[in-house]
Each structure stands twice: as structure tokens, then as C-alpha cells.
Ligand binder design. Structure first.
Ligand SMILES: Nc1ncnc2c1ncn2[C@@H]1O[C@H](COP(=O)(O)OP(=O)(O)OP(=O)(O)O)[C@@H](O)[C@H]1O
Ligand SMILES: [Mg+2]
Length: 415
């Protein structure tokens, strides 16, 4: 029987809204707050100042050494808060968490780095925080730098790094300083695709070597490939703790029931957004106006209704497959001559698709509405829809075709 690596007992974390990051926390938290500031795009305060919110509540969880656990749940469910408590970046308001073993963590962008120090100095600082001796860090140094592809920027203060560079270095440090427990938040999504692949390979290696991994992602395909156990959080509590496929199924079902709720009632909104609640309704329609059932190869329109008109609103829609993998982004900021704006102010944004290139299956739409260069509101899974078999170009599409999209094409074959 393997030992226990993480034991969380009735954990609670209470935030006082409007007094972010003050009055509690560790030395490291203050360092981290400073490091984070440039990336902090203004988390909205959804309630009046002074109101309290339990980001985690009565959360108990035991993770054995060597387990690879995926942490899933809506925006605001408490995933990042749990990882921050486990990595001692913040302290719980109730309960306790025992973590046995050296922890490497990769949390929000910039977390764990000191902005004024160079990349080289930060590698040593992080090693020291992990309790490593200088010689041990030195032995790993070249490997870290090579993995992060950072040779040229080693002597540059971290505050000058792009967010992608910070993530590369942070991941390299977290994964190479031989942690016994690796905690990784969503941030990998910031890196480019090649680095993401490399990082996932590295995480797999760490997991195979029998280390404990706790991983947060909205990309369920990645979670499914990497993790064997899934913990679903909802409003700060454990909603399901099960083999990964079962946990993902539960999550998809809660996503669907959220999409059928009144969107204005949803509290799991994009935490970068400025506005309270702007997106009122979203649906995809076929040419006849039927909502949320469309036919492959036929015209479709995605309609977003917002509560008020803002000057020069922009809209970004992401179509996501049933495993949580984004397959297409439709972004009004990428201008094209076919776009039409105005002339009247209005509260409807519409995206037309001439011929829907999706294969039969179930998809969802995530939405972000921007204005004045800021995200005003955002919702994952604002609507779900089904694609029925049809013709793409002049070619029939089989109901059971593999993949998500169809490319218009033609063949040249021998007689
Ligand atoms: N420093 C803070 N001060 C006040 N509230 C906070 C703070 N950090 C997080 N919260 C709130 O706590 C709740 C849980 O946030 P957390 O970041 O843990 O969610 P999450 O599951 O990681 O969400 P996401 O998927 O959007 O990353 C949210 O309602 C969030 O707004
Ligand atoms: Mg988070």
C-alpha cells in the first residue's frame, strides 16, 4: 500500500471581496502578489466590497503517492485555490492540508518568480524554496535551461519576460527539480503548441516515474490521457471523485445543465472580465431558425444576445468538441470585408457560417464579449448543439465519421 502524499481535511478558504490578497498569507504570497501584478487583468468583484466568499468549503481529499489526479470544474469552482493551498502559497481559513514530499508547482503565470531577479537567479531561488542544496540545483541547471529554451534570456530580469517565457521557465523548473509532488494549473495553455506537447510529455514521464501529479485543465482530452483519477469541484466542494472517465462524464453533464440555465444566472463567468453579466443568451440556428440542431454542410448562424449596447463590441466564439478540445475560433476582431457593423446600436451579435464544416456529433460554444479592448464578459459552454449528418460540398458525410471537421476536397483515382 502506497503512502499518503496529500491529505486535505475539511479545507475551507474564505476570501473577502474587494480586499484582494491583503491581510493574510505567507511571505511567499506577498512575493507572489508582487510578481503577479503585471499579469493580473483585474479580477471582477461580483459582490460589494467586504462581502465574503467561500472559494473552498469542507473539502476533504486523500491522494496517495504515485496517483495522477485531474482536477476539473467550472470557472470559479476553486481548483486554483486548492492548488495554492497545497503549494503553501496561501493558507486555508479552515481545516488543514498535509502534504508529504517535495512540491514542485506551476500555478498562475508569474507565480513563484521574483520579478526583479534574473531567470538564472530565479531558478536558484525556486530550488532553495524546494529545499534543495545549491549543488543539486547546479546539477539540474543546464537541463532546465535547455528544456525552457531560454539560454539567451538567463541574465534578463523575469519582469521583462513575456507570459509565454515565464510559463516555459516555470514549468521547466517545476518539472526538473525532482519534485515528489507536481501541481500544475491551467497555465500550460499559455505556451505555444510545441511547448505544450513537450510539457505534457514531461508530465507523463514524471507520472510514470511514480511521482504524484495533480493537474488542472479545461482540456478534458489532455486530462483523460494523463490522469487516472478525476476530482470534480463545484462551488468549492468535491462533487465527484471517481475514475477519470466517470468524473469527466459527470462534469460534461453539469456543463450541459448550466447551458440550459438562464445565462444571466450563471456565476462561473470568465474571471478576466470587467462587466458583471452581459451575455444573456446564445444559440446556433440552422437556416430555418431551429435552435441548437444544425446539419453538416448547411448554413448556420450563432446568435449572441447581450443585456446592453456597448460601443464597438467584439465577440469571440470557440467551438469545442465533446472532449473539451477547441476546434475552431471565430473572432470578430480578425476583420474581413464580409463583416457588417451598425448602423444602429444594438444588443445582438451574429456570426454567420455559410456551410458548417463540422462532422456529426455534440459540440459546445464558449463566448467572450469585448469592448474597449477589454473582456467584458465570458462564459464557457454557453450553448450545446448537435450536428446532424449532411453533405459537405457534394459529398455525403457519414454519421459515424471520425474527427470533428470535414475538409472540402476532391479525389483523383486510377480507373
Ligand atoms: N485573491 C482572491 N480574492 C478574492 N476572491 C478570489 C481570490 N482568488 C480567487 N477568488 C475567488 O474564489 C473563487 C474560486 O477561484 P479559483 O481561482 O480557485 O477558481 P478556478 O476553479 O481555478 O477557476 P478557473 O477555471 O476560472 O481558473 C472564485 O469565485 C474567485 O473569484
Ligand atoms: Mg483557476
Amino acid at each position: 500500500m502506497s503512502e499518503i502524499a496529500i491529505e486535505a481535511h475539511e479545507l475551507g478558504k474564505r476570501y473577502t471581496l474587494g480586499v484582494r490578497g491583503r491581510g493574510y498569507g505567507t511571505l511567499r504570497e506577498s512575493l507572489v502578489e508582487a510578481a503577479k501584478r503585471p499579469f493580473d487583468r483585474g479580477r471582477r468583484e461580483r459582490q460589494p466590497k467586504g462581502d465574503q466568499l467561500w472559494a473552498l468549503k469542507d473539502l476533504s481529499l486523500t491522494i496517495r503517492s504515485g496517483e495522477v489526479v485531474g482536477l476539473i470544474g467550472h470557472n470559479g469552482a476553486g481548483k486554483s485555490t486548492l492548488l495554492k493551498i497545497l503549494s503553501r502559497i496561501t493558507e486555508p481559513s479552515a481545516g488543514y492540508a498535509d502534504v508529504t514530499g517535495r512540491v514542485g508547482s506551476l500555478l498562475e503565470v508569474g507565480t513563484g518568480f521574483h520579478p526583479e531577479l534574473t531567470g538564472r537567479e530565479n531558478i536558484f531561488l525556486n530550488g532553495a524554496i524546494l529545499g534543495m542544496r545549491r549543488a543539486e540545483i547546479q546539477a539540474r541547471f543546464d537541463e532546465i535551461v535547455e528544456f525552457a529554451e531560454m539560454e539567451r534570456f538567463l541574465e534578463t530580469p523575469v519582469k521583462r519576460y513575456s507570459s509565454g517565457m515565464s510559463v516555459r521557465l516555470a514549468f521547466a523548473v517545476a518539472a526538473h527539480l525532482e519534485p515528489e509532488i507536481l501541481l500544475v494549473d491551467e497555465v500550460l495553455a499559455v505556451g505555444d503548441a510545441a511547448f505544450q506537447r513537450k510539457s505534457l510529455g514531461k508530465m507523463n514521464e514524471v507520472a510514470k516515474a511514480g511521482r504524484t501529479v495533480v493537474f488542472v485543465s479545461h482540456n478534458l482530452a489532455i486530462i483523460q490521457a494523463l490522469c487516472s483519477r478525476g476530482v470534480l469541484l463545484e462551488r468549492g466542494r468535491v462533487k465527484a471523485d471517481a475514475p477519470i472517465n466517470e468524473a469527466i462524464d459527470r462534469y460534461l453533464r453539469t456543463l450541459e445543465s448550466a447551458a440550459s440555465e438562464d445565462l444571466l444566472q450563471r456565476s462561473d463567468r470568465d474571471n478576466r472580465a470587467y462587466d458583471e453579466t452581459l451575455v444573456r443568451h446564445l444559440e446556433i440556428r440552422d437556416a430555418g431558425g431551429t435552435p441548437n440542431v444544425v446539419v453538416a454542410g448547411r448554413p448556420a448562424a450563432i446568435v449572441v444576445d447581450v443585456t446592453e449596447h456597448l460601443p464597438s463590441m467584439e465577440c469571440q466564439l470557440t467551438i469545442v468538441n465533446s472532449l473539451g478540445q477547441p476546434i475552431a475560433t471565430l473572432d470578430s476582431e480578425m476583420l474581413a470585408p464580409v463583416d457588417v457593423r451598425g448602423p444602429e446600436p444594438g444588443t445582438r451579435l451574429e456570426c454567420r457560417i455559410e456551410s458548417l464544416p463540422l462532422l456529426p456529433g455534440r459540440y459546445r460554444i464558449d463566448v467572450i464579449v469585448k469592448a474597449k479592448r477589454h473582456i467584458q464578459d465570458g462564459l464557457q459552454a454557453a450553448a450545446f448543439f448537435d450536428v446532424e449528418p449532411g453533405m459537405i460540398g457534394e459529398r455525403p458525410i457519414a454519421a459515424e465519421a471520425d474527427g470533428d471537421v470535414s475538409l472540402p476536397h476532391s479525389w483523383r483515382l486510377p480507373a
